[in-house]
Design a protein around this ligand. Structure first.
Ligand code: ATP
Length: 665
């Protein structure tokens, strides 16, 4: 297929600086503010500004973890404290140079995160939040009780930092000392959010199963971002130790984690900019609450401040769920609308979701046909689709050679045997249909082949390698891709972003290259391929539409595009025709035939028996978890066991229904 330069695609320009003009302007404005603030701010505001910068670092880390990767952490203070303590201990007890002690602080925080992250990140959702909360308490108690960390007194008596012999001994200088690290951290984090790894992280957040099935090693990615997030926290701790000149157990207290959480929530989950704004607001708030709470509750100190944070957190969640970032985006959009009233012409040009194809839910058929959606006459458009370039497929084995071998595959759920001792071989370059009545075990079989569930017994051999019980990314990396009966759309991105994720296994850039903006032409090339696939499937005009806004039938087609973007060797389609109109089904069937002719191997679970019989080279029939027939469509169609099991227990009635089916076919 040809790779054309798409309009609005990511430019091929690469490097450390983000290539989005708004981001560059934003970073420049922030840099300017940083230069000016020490000349203009009062001493109390300067104090707030310094701590905002210090806490912005762990907040950026937490924002990546929570906003991008969707992992809630209530223990970010633990890594902040590890960074601060390590730095102070290396300076005071081991008299190491400042730079070495600082690097030590960051590395210690990251190592601790790696160690606890490896077992902890196997947990999900609330369990992970609770585990990180527990970690926070462990660190707090450990530093309070351990002689080496100075118990309740802490570590003190180390010097202030010096830069080229100049002591950083006032707030203005300290602000300039920290701020470049925050700016660099901001740019690194922004680069990450747009990179292959960052987009994979947010895909994991949307649908872990779909991301895994495209080759994303979700566990490894989560561990890495957790470690990275701790690195940001550790660096914040290093600066904190320098600024406060004493590191005591206070630094590991629960309220520090709450403050950091508040910064991210106020700023807006998922926004790195928001984390910096949130840090400033929470520091202002904390200063205000320090005066306000004792005035309202005489004698109240310390932990009582948490009440104030709690109230603010509830108010933000209720009134501003998207935080400042969302509010700023909405206001900016309103301002732009005010400046540039939307013209009728612009309205007409905007890609619209076609009416009559609203999300109908699984199984319902949209009222408008596929052919009418892309403009032009249906017949001409359909012909264009059938003549369009095919996405590339990979053909690692010769046609007819076994590509997938399933032996004795069994899945038991307590007393229910969902799949019972099923064996079959899929030859390369063929379409195999897997059919059976509701509850026959088709999806369970699919899930065991792709690694979504572990078989109770049996083997799955793909390209000669046994992959049963291994995570879905293992098969996906080798070229086994699937679609889902219940759609798994990455709703936080647009249509082209979904298909781009299909390219994941073809890319190489990891978190580090992503942060440094060193992805080469990789990202541009993969986006171009994603757009070409959408164009060839006549979804090109919806490329920029939020994926969740597509009608159901289009989402299904988008999933097929996403799977094809992976250039699979074996494509497993779980009910791809469900929700498509008759014409759309024909179109998809035509596409699958062309893909098969190009060498792609396809396994198809489908309820539309007529379509499967017409399309497949071989058909396997499951009933009650048992493989009751497997052969060419003609033989299977006339198999009495299939007729009875599939169409009913009354053989005569079954044969009549079968005839009707054949007529339809
Ligand atoms: P359909 O065509 O309706 O999607 P299917 O052929 O894909 O059905 P499966 O979804 O694989 O069938 O289910 C096979 C059997 O296993 C059913 O009886 C189902 O109730 C059972 N089953 C599936 N998943 C589980 C589970 N997690 N726990 C218990 N039973 C399950």
């Amino acid at each position: 297929m040809t790779i054309s330069k798409p309009p609005g695609a990511v430019r091929s320009k690469t490097g450390f600086w983000p290539n989005n003009r708004a981001t560059i302007i934003g970073v420049a404005v922030l840099a300017l503010i940083i230069v000016i603030v020490p000349f203009t701010a009062s001493s109390s505001l300067m104090n707030i500004a310094v701590f905002s910068m210090i806490f912005a670092l762990p907040a950026i880390g937490l924002s990546l973890l929570m906003g991008l990767a969707g992992q809630v952490s209530l223990g970010q203070a633990a890594f902040f404290a590890i960074g601060a303590y390590t730095h102070a201990i290396l300076l005071q007890k081991f008299e190491m140079p400042g730079v070495v002690a600082a690097v030590g602080g960051v590395v210690a925080a990251m190592l601790a995160a790696l160690l606890v992250g490896l077992p902890m990140l196997r947990l999900r959702g609330h369990y992970l939040a609770l585990a990180t909360l527990g970690l926070g308490f462990i660190v707090m108690i450990a530093v309070r009780e351990w002689e080496f960390t100075g118990r309740t007194t802490g570590i003190y008596g180390y010097g202030r930092p010096e830069v080229f012999g100049v002591p950083i001994d006032n707030n203005g200088l300290f602000f300039w000392f920290v701020a470049p690290f925050v700016l660099i951290g901001l740019v690194l984090a922004l680069n990450l959010t747009r990179s292959r790894a960052g987009r994979a992280l947010s895909a994991v957040n949307d649908s872990e199963l779909a991301a895994e099935s495209l080759g994303v090693n979700t566990y490894a990615l989560r561990v890495k971002v957790f470690t990275l997030s701790a690195g940001f926290a550790g660096l914040g701790g290093v600066f904190y130790a320098y600024q406060v000149q004493i590191v005591s157990p206070q630094v590991a207290e629960f309220h520090v984690s709450v403050e950091l959480l508040l910064m991210v929530v106020i700023g807006g989950l998922g926004s790195v900019w928001g984390a910096i704004a949130g840090a400033f607001i929470v520091e202002l708030l904390s200063e205000g609450l320090r005066d306000l709470i004792p005035a309202i509750i005489p004698g109240a100190t310390g932990e009582v401040q948490l009440i104030g944070y709690g109230i603010v957190l509830i108010l933000v969640i209720l009134l501003l769920p998207g935080g400042l970032y969302q509010a700023a985006r909405t206001s900016w959009a309103a301002i732009r609308r005010g400046i540039r009233p939307r013209s009728r012409a612009a309205d007409a040009a905007a890609p619209a979701v076609p009416d009559g194809t609203a999300d109908t839910g699984a199984g319902e058929v949209p009222t408008r046909a596929f052919g009418g959606l892309a403009g032009g006459t249906s017949a001409a458009a359909d012909a264009a689709l059938l003549a369009a370039d095919l996405p590339a497929v990979s053909t690692p084995v010769a046609a007819g050679e076994p590509i997938l071998e399933v032996r004795g595959l069994t899945k038991r759920y307590g007393g229910v045997v969902a799949v019972d001792d099923v064996s079959f071989t899929v030859p390369a370059g063929r379409i195999m249909g897997l059919i059976g009545p509701n509850g026959a075990g088709k999806t369970t079989c699919f899930n065991m082949i792709t690694g979504a569930i572990t078989p109770t017994a049996g083997t799955v051999s793909f390209l000669g390698e046994e992959i049963q019980g291994r995570k879905p990314h293992v098969g996906a990396e080798r070229g086994l891709t699937r679609t889902f009966q219940n759609l798994q759309v990455f709703s936080s991105t647009d249509v082209v972003g979904n298909v781009y994720m299909g390219r994941y296994r073809k890319g190489r850039a990891g978190i580090l290259r992503g942060m440094l903006g060193l992805q080469g032409r990789e990202q541009y090339t993969h986006e171009a391929v994603a757009r070409d696939i959408l164009d060839s499937m006549r979804l090109g005009e919806f490329a920029q539409l939020a994926a969740g806004d597509l009608p159901f039938g289009r989402q299904r087609m988008m999933e097929v595009c996403r799977a094809l973007a992976a250039e699979p060797a074996l494509l497993l389609l779980d009910e791809p025709m469900a929700g498509l109109s008759g014409q759309e089904r024909e179109m998809l069937a035509g596409l699958l035939r062309r893909l098969r002719d190009a060498g792609l191997t396809i396994v198809l679970v489908e309820h539309d028996v007529a379509q499967v019989m017409a399309l497949a080279d071989s058909v396997a029939v499951l009933d009650d978890g048992v493989l009751i027939a497997h052969g060419d469509p003609e033989t299977v169609r006339n198999d009495p066991a299939v007729i009875v099991a599939y169409l009913g227990t009354d053989a005569e009635e079954a044969e009549a229904e079968l005839k009707e089916l054949e007529e339809q076919a």
